[in-house]
Design a protein around this ligand. Structure first.
Ligand code: F6R
Length: 363
């Protein structure tokens, strides 16, 4: 039942505040048991983290690297599952292997997990939206997001709830390593509880985003820029644009611009920047100047009190609040809406993009 929406993807974008409420339903405090009965034993035994995933879930895993390293001070590596499974990795029996897959049926993720286990890595955690999935059966720990059924092939609410689950994992690992005071725990829980309201306010920016999408829809190529924990969000924005609007889009960590891709920038190449107020904003601003100096048109998603001014070649949409470490979750929403409206203007088959399947159960 689509209700007032034309597409499932659109409905699922707007279901995100509810999906986050549901995912947090049983979370009253941070504790290892959130991840299963063996949570305490397993999460206290690990000295590093390896995240395995594909596609959008890989971007969620990349974001988690920033959170886990910063909060828990554990070394984290993130691997594309289809690469990891055929590489001679160096196993460490004390690594927590986290398989991130909303369907829990992605063949490459299951294959990569088998490889890790065969190499002696038995501390495994599935972050998954489907409790009955193969992945859930294969892992010693589980965390189930409660996004509800996702029908649109392009993942939206499953992605943002994966981020919530991964943030909880970062907090829990920090707690196990005595790096989370009770005060910090309460502060982070409060921020998580407030997230659905904050997301609702971002969704209300839709009319402004529609106007940008209509300009972008005539383009062949788009660059997405981000820095730090928002670089994976820029990657997710570019993936969505390719998947449903069929516009070629690439994401770069903004500091990499001058190492090559700047050569592509001209008045023909629009650049979307994810530019929240964080410690990298000043750096990102200088990267944006590099774009303006080459006549590239900038579309900037900033935060409320950010001093980036609109001008002839720079447009700015401000999110209504800055939400600290949870900012990547809020900044995902405009990426989804931008791709959705570009696809709508192009008249593509949004819920079933050509050549793609919802669950990739073959290699
Ligand atoms: C992106 C998308 C895909 C999936 C990928 C992994 O919108 O939907 O890139 O994220 O196929 O799927 P799961 O999470 O089911 O393993």
């Amino acid at each position: 039942d689509l209700g007032p929406y034309r597409y499932y993807m659109q409905k699922e974008i707007f279901e995100q505040p509810r999906a986050v409420v549901d995912t947090l339903q049983d979370v009253t405090s941070i504790m290892p048991e959130l991840f299963g009965d063996n949570g305490w034993r397993v999460l206290n035994a690990v000295d590093s983290v390896l995240l395995l995933a594909c596609g959008g879930s890989y971007h969620a895993a990349l974001t988690a690297k920033y959170w886990i390293e910063s909060l828990a001070r554990l070394p984290v590596s993130v691997e594309i599952a289809s690469e990891y499974r055929y590489r001679d990795g160096v196993p460490n029996a004390k690594t927590l292997v986290v398989a991130v897959s909303q369907s829990g049926e992605t063949a490459d993720v299951l294959g990569a997990l088998q490889v890790a286990k065969r190499q002696g890595m038995h501390h495994t955690l599935a972050i998954c939206n489907v409790p009955t999935s193969a992945l859930a059966r294969e892992c010693s720990l589980t965390f189930f997001t409660r996004a509800g059924v996702e029908i649109g092939v392009a993942s939206t609410k499953a992605f943002t709830t994966q981020l919530v689950a991964l943030f909880l994992l970062a907090l829990t690992l920090a707690q196990c390593r005595r790096r989370l005071s009770e005060q910090d725990e309460q502060r982070h829980l409060l921020a998580l509880r407030h997230l659905p309201d904050a997301m609702t306010r971002v969704l209300a920016l839709e009319p402004q985003i529609v106007a940008w999408a209509e300009q972008l829809t005539r383009r062949q190529d788009i660059l997405f820029l981000g820095r730090g924990m928002h670089y994976p969000i820029a990657m997710e924005g570019a993936l969505k644009m390719k998947e449903i609007a069929y516009i070629h889009a690439e994401a770069y960590a903004a500091g990499e611009l001058k190492h090559g891709p700047l050569a592509l920038v001209s008045d023909e190449m629009p650049v979307v920047a994810v530019a929240p107020n964080d410690r990298l904003l000043e750096k990102l601003k200088s990267n944006m100047h590099e774009v303006s100096a080459r006549s590239g048109k900038l579309y900037v998603f900033a935060d409320i009190d950010c001093r980036i001014m609109s001008g002839p070649a720079i447009e700015v949409i401000r999110l209504t609040e800055h939400h600290g470490l949870l900012s990547p979750i809020l900044h995902t929403i405009p990426m989804q809406l931008l791709a959705f409206h570009a696809a709508l203007a192009r008249g593509t088959d949004i819920d079933k993009p050509r050549n793609l399947a919802k669950s990739v159960t073959v290699e």
